[in-house]
Design a protein around this ligand. Sequence first.
Ligand SMILES: [Zn+2]
Length: 77
Amino acid sequence: MRHIQLRFCAGCGHVFDEIQPNDGQPQWMDAHAYLMKYGFHWEDLDRMDDACPPCARVLAIARGLVHPEMMQAATVS
Ligand SMILES: [Zn+2]
């Protein structure tokens, strides 16, 4: 039985693809797309609760660690 360590975003359900990311850089992606890509089953995965950068920002604001106006300035591209 395989056990793949996987960072799982508890906010949006995305997972962190470190195995064979599309552009060579580890990246967050849709969990279903990840399972289809590698042929994994959800039970094979050893999920570690984590947060992707967008959810981490939301959590930081929710916890009052960051002022929303600062975040707005930081996320304008
Ligand atoms: Zn997320």
